[in-house]
Design a protein around this ligand. Structure first.
Ligand SMILES: [Zn+2]
Length: 476
């Protein structure tokens, strides 16, 4: 007779891959799922957690969050705890370095599985000027070697012309690096125009399209039309793209201005234009004074949006180089991205993400639960968007489902409070009722990064990129 290390008993198990949606017990041995059955004998377990009244789903996987960024105003590694509290068990960081990723796990880890994209940030991690093919090749291979899962293109800045962007995507594909793109080249911007460029810059390649909702803010056209067009472009490239969208109304961007006082990034410029502000340092200041713009700030272990005078002080002290946020995301666009399906009933956008982590907007679990209560998604669809699809996007074959032998990563949801109640990673509790009990983390790396992972001293898993949906069937 099997002896279980733990039985999670009496919850409603929601496992789309195995078509389970009802009361069952989950038996765990050695950090893996051993059995899921209507009733397991409680006397066979060393430990029992009562999950009655709860929803038990495969651990939530956030395919877009920030725990390893290069911010100077707050500690991105606080994102580990913030995500754990929000029910996350695995995170794909969207833009740091191998070193900031590993360092952050060691300092502030909360027991999550963590993969990180090397952020291609002009003037910070890569040169401002033109990127020749040799340079691109080196940047991508260095990223993998230092323990990153792949690279993240932060579009809208030099040097990301359409040609350079296509080159980075092509080279990442060649090296099987997971490649994600905050859309927009020098020819377009972080809006529907960037979505229209996807076919041209991807060609026959593969790409993770970041936070699709954020290109449907009504900058180019009516937001409903923007959603229609974005969804139809992404659907037309089915099999080549991974995609996610988040639900928070607050966005995240940079206030950085150049020496002439012009706002540098495309996103804050769009935010200012949406409300008729000048796209200058004074326009940003005025937007803060009016309560429209806020500055990302940290006090103790908390990251929050500072407003008013406090925000203005931080903005001036940081000489505009601060994280900023504007309430520009439309709930209607988020809803479309969460629910839109093609004629075959498949979701067009693969996953619900947070674009949170150290940004205080980790609402994916709560908002997707609310969509179930609202009747817009079924429970199984919720788990598909929050766990199964993300696992497939990243090639995490032992995650996203509760098949015997799978990693015992589990998020337990309380439908009465509409909140995550607890999470387990590899059969161990990392969060319980909002309290973080996990520490450290498991690094997820591309095979090229195994050496770095090993010498980091952290537990790690090597992920075969060819097992991911991104590279499924990719032969070039
Ligand atoms: Zn992001």
């Amino acid at each position: 007779m099997t002896t279980f290390d733990l039985i999670l008993s009496g919850g409603a198990v929601v496992d789309p891959k195995n078509g389970l949606d009802g009361r069952a017990d989950v038996g765990i041995v050695d950090g893996k799922i051993e059995r899921v059955e209507p009733e397991l004998d409680p006397t066979t377990a060393s430990d029992i957690i009562d999950a009655s009244g709860m929803w038990v789903m495969p651990g939530q996987i956030d395919t877009h969050a920030h725990v390893a960024g290069l911010s100077r105003n707050w500690d991105p590694a606080l994102g580990h705890g913030m995500l754990a509290r929000a029910g996350t068990t695995t995170v794909l960081d969207m833009g740091g370095t191998g070193q900031t990723l590993i360092d952050g796990i060691k300092r502030r880890g909360a027991g999550l599985n963590v993969a990180g994209q090397f952020g291609l940030i002009p003037g910070l991690t890569i040169p401002m000027g033109d990127l020749r093919p040799g340079a691109v090749r080196r940047i991508v291979s260095d990223a993998l070697r230092q323990g990153c899962f792949g690279v993240k293109i932060l579009g809208g800045y030099n040097p990301f012309t359409p040609e350079t962007t296509a080159r980075v995507i092509g080279e990442s594909n060649r090296q099987r690096a997971y490649v994600a793109f905050h859309l927009g080249t020098t020819e377009s911007g972080s809006h529907l125009g960037g979505v229209r460029e996807i076919p041209g810059v991807v060609g026959s390649g593969r790409l993770h399209v970041c936070h699709v909702n954020s290109y449907c803010r009504g900058v180019v056209a009516d937001s409903t039309e923007e959603c229609d067009e974005a969804l139809s472009i992404i659907e037309s490239m089915r099999g080549q793209l991974n995609s996610e969208a988040y639900h928070a109304i607050q966005n995240g961007t940079s206030g950085r201005c150049d020496s002439d006082g012009a706002v540098m990034a495309d996103v804050p410029r769009n935010c200012l234009r949406l409300r008729g502000y000048a796209t200058t340092i004074d326009g940003l200041r005025q937007s803060i004074r009016d309560g429209y713009g806020s500055v990302v700030a940290q006090k103790g272990g908390q990251v929050y949006y500072a407003r008013g005078d406090e925000a203005l002080n931080l903005f001036d002290k940081g000489r505009s180089n601060v994280g900023m946020s504007f309430p520009v995301n439309l709930p209607s666009s988020a809803f479309r991205m969460a629910t839109a399906k093609n004629d075959d009933g498949e979701f067009t956008i693969d996953a619900v993400s947070t674009d949170g982590g150290s940004h205080p907007r980790n609402v994916a679990v709560q908002s997707t639960m609310a969509l179930v209560q609202f009747g817009a998604l079924t429970r199984l669809e919720m788990a598909e968007k929050l766990s199964l699809n993300p696992a497939e996007m990243m090639g995490l074959t032992a995650k996203g489902h509760l098949t015997p032998g799978a990693d015992a990563d589990i998020t337990v949801l309380d439908p009465n409070r509409n909140q995550p109640d607890m999470s387990l990673v590899a059969g161990r509790l990392i969060m319980h009722k909002g309290r973080i009990v996990g520490s450290g983390g498991t690094l997820l790396v591309n095979p090229i990064g195994e050496h770095t992972a090993k010498s980091s001293g952290l537990p790690y898993q090597v992920v075969d990129p060819m097992a991911s949906k991104l590279y499924a069937g990719y032969a070039n």
